[in-house]
Design a protein around this ligand. Structure first.
Ligand code: NDP
Length: 344
């Protein structure tokens, strides 16, 4: 029988890649968009899957609306990717973020428990849970130390997923995914802000790129690889938690350097701290500068994941290197700007 998946947050980066993967595997795919808002469909269209997915209304704020949608769709698997996913915004909207990212997950689990406890559930947990990392590399057993309202809410979601599995015997898993990026990432996120802005500067559509702390270190992978791990988790006999990461960390400065190189810039850095800036060597023009307003109130300095458990149990491995990832993103944005395609 054809399997049916319901994806919350289908309009986001991971939702689009996951839809494509599940359609290729023969699933019937239902995706949620918030009632009374026009769905952002460009990612699904870019992957050529928009016509094949069924859009249904769902707002993580509203229990009755979730129950209605789950009751109508009758999914075999639910992937909960919907979230207020921008860490910086969570400092401005801590209550909204907690309502969606924490209590929204509890609402979904309650619906599963009441409608059909055989539905398999995936929760999008995050490496931001490690925050001020207590050991390195981080595993499924490393103590969490979240450093933003976003990650505190995600910690509740992570724990309640485990609690519902143990209390009600649900097949509920959580993927602790380290940063994963792609050409479908939103431009509000720093990696895509870098590639899209550098492409615009090259094509004379922007003067300067302003950034916050460029010395942070993250474990960056390619989103298309990471959605395979989500699916694999729900195919296991035994649900669980899995760190999904490459096992290698890089600074944001390295990301900038590879992106600039791919686009054609030769950068030269000067100054220190918030006075640091980069010029393009051939013209002497300042094209990158640091602006204090982009620093987080409490940040995560260095995180790197240990994906051993996922390698062994899920047989999952990343296929795209850090350098390849930056090339894909920078090249795609270069072409988009060159061809006057809308940058979203
Ligand atoms: P995106 O920001 O690209 O997508 C977020 C999705 O959530 C959008 O489809 C958005 O819909 C939806 N959404 C927002 N608020 C609500 C709400 N109140 N009710 C229902 N849906 C809502 O995120 P990603 O695809 O990058 O990430 C997917 C998930 O994985 C998120 O939960 C994120 O926190 C988590 N994660 C991501 C990581 C990454 O590096 N990308 C790392 C670890 C975890 P709309 O279009 O209407 O705004």
């Amino acid at each position: 029988m054809t399997k049916r998946a319901l994806i919350t947050g289908i309009t986001g980066q991971d939702g689009a890649f996951l839809s494509k993967l599940l359609l290729e595997k023969g699933y019937e795919v239902y995706g949620t968009c918030r009632p009374n808002s026009s769905p952002i469909n460009w990612r699904l269209k870019e992957l050529g899957v928009f016509e094949q997915v069924h859009m249904v209304p769902l707002e993580l704020f509203e229990y009755s609306n979730i129950i209605k949608t789950v009751d109508t769709v009758r999914p075999d698997e639910i992937y909960n990717l919907g979230a207020q996913s921008f860490v910086s915004s969570s400092f401005d909207q801590p209550i909204y973020t907690s309502e969606v990212n924490a209590i929204g997950v509890l609402r979904l689990l309650e619906v599963i428990r009441n409608v059909n406890s055989d539905i398999k559930f995936y929760q999008a947990s995050t490496s931001e849970l490690y925050g001020k990392a207590q050991e390195s590399p981080q595993t499924e057993n490393t103590r969490f130390y979240p450093r933003s309202p976003y990650s505190v809410a995600k910690q509740f979601a992570h724990s309640i997923t485990i609690n519902y599995r143990e209390a009600y015997n649900l097949h509920a898993s959580a993927g602790i995914l380290f940063n994963h990026e792609s050409e479908l990432r939103g431009t509000e996120f720093v990696t895509r802000k870098i590639t899209s802005s550098l492409a615009m500067i090259w094509h004379n559509k922007l003067d300067v790129l302003e950034l916050g702390n460029i010395n942070i270190e993250r474990d960056w992978g390619y989103a298309k690889d990471y959605v395979c791990a989500m699916w694999k988790m729900l195919q296991q006999k035994v649900p669980g938690e899995f760190v999904i990461a490459t096992g290698k960390s890089h600074t944001l400065r390295e990301f900038i350097s590879i992106a600039a190189d791919t686009i054609g810039f030769k950068l030269e850095w000067s100054g220190e701290g918030t006075d640091e800036f980069a010029i393009e060597k051939s013209t002497g023009k300042k094209i990158i500068k640091i602006n204090e307003k982009y620093f987080r109130l409490t940040d995560v300095d260095r995180i790197v994941g240990d994906p051993k458990n996922a390698n062994e149990v899920l047989k999952w491995k990343p296929t795209v290197t850090f350098e390849e990832l930056v090339h894909i993103m920078a090249k795609t944005d270069y072409d988009r700007v060159k061809n006057d395609k809308l940058l979203i």
